[in-house]
Structure formats: C-alpha cells, structure tokens
Design a protein around this ligand. Sequence first.
Ligand code: FAD
Ligand code: SF4
Length: 338
Amino acid sequence: MKNIVIIGGGIAGVETACTLAESGNRVTIIERTGDIGGKLNRWYCLFPDFKKADEIKKYLKERIAKFDIELKLNSEVDKAERNGNQWYVYTGNVRYTADAVVIATGYELFDATRKEELGYKIYDNVITQGDLEDKFRAGDFKTTLGENPKRVAIVHCVGSRDEKCHNLYCSKVCCVTGVKQAIELSKFLPETQIFCYYMDLRMYDKHFEELYRTAQEHHNIQFIRGRVSEVSQTPDHRLAIKTEDTLSGRPMKMKLDMLVLLAGMDTKKHNKKVSELFDVEREESGFLKSKDFHIGAGILSQKGVFAAGCCISPMSIKETIENARSSAVQINQYLKTL
Ligand SMILES: Cc1cc2nc3c(=O)[nH]c(=O)nc-3n(C[C@H](O)[C@H](O)[C@H](O)COP(=O)(O)OP(=O)(O)OC[C@H]3O[C@@H](n4cnc5c(N)ncnc54)[C@H](O)[C@@H]3O)c2cc1C
Ligand code: SF4
C-alpha cells in the first residue's frame, strides 16, 4: 500500500483522494480551512444547469465517507523534504511520509481593489461576483440605500486578459458565470435591468451558448461589447460609469445602482509558498507548470509531485472532476514504477 499526501481539500483534492483510495492507496488530505469543498462553500447555484453548489458538496462528503481517508483540517504544510522516492511532509509537529504528493490548492479571486478605476471598496455597491454569490445565498440584494437595485451592470475580464495586471490569460469560466448570475438575478428581481459589458463572450462548453441565448431571449439581459473605463459615485449615492461601446466606437455614460465585477482566477501569490516548498516550477501566470502541455498535464517538475484542479489552469467543476480522475490515473502509473 502506498501513501499519498494531498494538499487542498477542494473539489480537485477530494476527487483525487477518493479515486486514489479506491485503488488501494492510503491517503491524507491537508486542508487549510475547517471544511472540504473549496469554492463550493461560497457559490450558490452553478452554471450551466443551476444545480445547487451544496449538492456537489454533498456528493463529495458522501464519497469521502466511503474511504478511510485521513482529513487534516485547519492545517497547512510548513516544510517538505525529499529523500529518494519518499517525501516527508510536515504540518505542525506531525510528519507524513508520502510516495507521492498532490497539490490541489485551487485559486483565489483576483483582488479587484487593484483596478482602482472600477471603485471596488471605494464606492458603495461595487461588488465582485463572489460577493454576489453571498447575496444569492442570503437572498438579500438590497443596496446600501436599503432598496433592491433597479439597474445593475456586470463587468467582464476584471484582472484577466489585462496587461496592466500582468495577467494575460483568460480565466475561462467568468463569462458563463456572468451570464448565469445575470439570469439568476433577473429571476430574483424581475423588474431589474441588467447589462453585461464584455470584450468577447467565451461560451466554450456544452450548454453555455444556450444559456447566453436564454439570457437575451427570456430575461432581457443586454450584452454590450465595451469597456468600463471609469466609475464614480453620484451625489444621490448611485453609481455613474463611463464606457466605450467598442462595436460602435461611441463613448457612453450610465447610471446604476449596483456594479458587479467578474474578478478572474489568480494564483500568483496563492501558489507561491506551496510551489517553493516542493520546489516545483510555476508559469509566469502563476499556475503550476506541467511537464508537457499536451500529454503531461498535472505532472510537475519534481519527481513524485503532481497537481490537480485549478492550481494548474482555470477549469469548471466538470473539468476539475475529470482532471482529478486523470491525475489519479497518472499517479497510480507512477507508483507502479517505484
Ligand atoms: C466566480 C466563479 C464562479 C464559478 N462558478 C462555477 C459554476 O457555477 N460551475 C462550475 O462548474 N464551475 C464554477 N467555477 C469554477 C470552480 O470554482 C472551480 O472549478 C473549482 O473551484 C476548482 O476546484 P479546486 O479544488 O481546484 O479549487 P478550490 O475550489 O479553490 O479548492 C482549493 C482548496 O485548497 C485549499 N487550500 C488552498 N491553499 C492551501 C494550502 N496552502 N494548504 C492547504 N489547503 C489549501 C482551499 O482552502 C480549498 O479548500 C467558478 C469559478 C469562479 C471564479
Ligand atoms: S472568461 Fe470571459 S470574462 Fe473571464 S477572462 Fe475570459 S473573456 Fe474575460
């Protein structure tokens, strides 16, 4: 029986752990927070089918309960050492011996305060899509004026595809998240006008394009190809935005009650410590560098260290689950060579 240590108990970490335990390995998960599930603990309904995030969490809880997996919560790795084919992984005063290590630390949302011109944490009622998920969970959308918003704009590509932030990559799932949130909001607040400001709409997977059509045809969401260049607060505590319609080239102004920023995935700071502990390479973007883009995704630059989920690249939950299972196959192949 081989020993595996997995760092991160989100979707990727738990699915990799269960698949490896299923094939007879002894698995430990080291999770920073007090629970498994990662971002599922924050998201409310999921694209593309509006399934409750809690249902996926229930699946993970039921799956993990079937195996004798050690779950070390509220813990982080402090030190890691390699001795031949073995890894020693330390958390507090506990040392784990591992034949393979899996990094499954996911991502953080881009810190939207870095885009000062968009007014996050400067003006009331400028929020991120993460904050909007909190509002869906609470079922309360009142602005700081104590009223439901009558006009809401959603801004795409905040901190992604952005040279100034040194993040050239596309976070891949925020376009469809914006479309899902616009529909969801219009279900809660049917009288509210909702606008999406986008650069391109990347509806890359099955059912996404249909969701985009539904947003326009059944929920009257207005999609404007344009950039928001400036946000300010009006004397009556509403928001004013200046935009450029990049299709017509015309500048536009709009008054709003709420602005939602679609912050991208960020791993620059997030992956730094763990990649240094295990001495694995990262890409300039911050995502962990796989040995080969085509045939080696999740195999990292150190022997015996693998990765799964969004710490490698942006992916949806479906893709994370697929990626975790395929990482487990690669790890099993590696373990057979020991
Ligand atoms: C705004 C937004 C909305 C989204 N909505 C959807 C959706 O509706 N449908 C969909 O399919 N996908 C959605 N996604 C994508 C989804 O969030 C990811 O696919 C999924 O979270 C990836 O899982 P993960 O386990 O790789 O990462 P995470 O969910 O980030 O989990 C990582 C885990 O690792 C832990 N961790 C981190 N660092 C450490 C450390 N150093 N030590 C120990 N533990 C650590 C964290 O606490 C966390 O539990 C959305 C993404 C965004 C940005
Ligand atoms: S998925 Fe859409 S919003 Fe997100 S970075 Fe890519 S183009 Fe921008």
